[in-house]
Design a protein around this ligand. Structure first.
Ligand code: R5P
Length: 311
């Protein structure tokens, strides 16, 4: 059965596009803040015996977590058969180990919280670096959707002779996939991060600063934008065309988008995983099947568990 879709505040644009793709009914709700900062939530749709997909991108996660917990608890208490989470941007993936003694490994704690709350998770290109799969920290079925085919389609439609550029070795996984799908050449540079907003990017000896192609910088996240700014600077210094900057997730810390524009980016493009003026790539088409599959799998698992219980 088609799930109901509950799009949390801030996720309306992708929510509408996804709702149409899934042919799903929305979950109507009222959510507001009390004067003391606490959340009021009322579910206005009948969710009994339905699968509910909660759509909530998790940038600024601490501010979103409590309403997410209230929403999933409420629909479950009102009779939903299963509650899944569609988090196009999955937060807390970067602190994946204790770099300094005493540090909290927040990716593990966050995964534990979400696993306790939802039956399944679908997300887009999470920042898997030292971990190979979400199954290492999530105990619920968690499917990863890749935006590379959509990024490649956008590049094909908008850039005549692209050269895809990855700022660091971590980016090679999606940069290669994007370039192969365009198809076009790619280079991967070297990055050193010295602090939250202090990044140095250099061309590796193997990279070719091809002047006859338009550089298309591709990264999973644009946050402070320092990575993109430093990479763009390298290409501008080499006399290349103004680089197109594509981020899967435009997190954009305050002032970051403006700083990247001022640094000479030709065009800044992101997917609609996080609502932003730069959104030009709609994720609905790639999210559709994984959501339907997750609902089906959990339903069959629950039915199997139900029928075994009577034996
Ligand atoms: C880091 O490893 C990621 O792949 C991105 O390169 C990084 O998150 C970008 O962050 P910022 O925009 O703050 O440089």
């Amino acid at each position: 059965m088609t799930p109901l879709l509950l799009a949390c505040p801030g996720n309306e644009a992708l929510g509408e596009s996804l709702r149409r793709a899934l042919d799903a009914d929305p979950v109507a709700f009222a959510m507001r803040r009390f004067p003391d900062g606490e959340t009021y939530l009322r579910i206005d749709s009948d969710v009994r015996d339905r699968s509910v997909a909660v759509l909530c991108s998790l940038h600024d996660p601490d501010a979103r977590l409590s309403s997410l917990v209230f929403a999933s608890d409420a629909v479950r208490e009102l009779g939903a058969r299963q509650v899944g989470l569609v988090a196009p941007y999955l937060a807390y993936m970067r602190q994946d180990r204790r770099f300094l003694p005493g540090e909290a490994v927040t990716s593990t704690s966050f995964a534990r919280l979400l696993s306790a709350q939802f039956d399944w998770l679908v997300t887009v290109d999470p920042h898997l670096h030292r971990r190979r799969s979400l199954g290492e920290i999530y105990t619920i079925p968690a499917e990863i959707v890749h935006a590379a085919p959509l990024l490649a389609g956008w590049i094909r439609d908008h850039v005549a002779a692209p050269l895809v550029v990855g700022p660091d070795s971590e980016s090679e996984q999606w940069v290669r996939a994007v370039a192969d799908a365009v198809p076009c050449p790619y280079v991967v540079l070297e990055k050193t991060r010295r602090g939250d907003r202090d990044v140095a990017v250099s061309a590796s000896p193997k990279s070719r600063l091809a002047a006859d192609r338009t550089p298309v910088l591709v990264d999973d996240i644009i946050s402070s934008a320092r990575t993109m700014i430093e990479t763009a600077g390298l290409w501008r210094e080499a006399g290349a065309a103004a680089p197109v900057c594509i981020g899967v997730h435009g997190v954009f810390a305050p002032g970051a988008y403006e700083a990247l524009s001022a640094a000479g980016a030709g065009k800044i493009v992101t997917t609609n995983s996080i609502a932003h003026a730069s959104n030009d790539i709609d994720l609905a088409a790639v999210l559709l099947e994984p959501i339907e599959r997750a609902c089906r799998n959990v339903s069959s698992r629950n039915s199997a568990a139900g029928s075994n219980r009577g034996k």
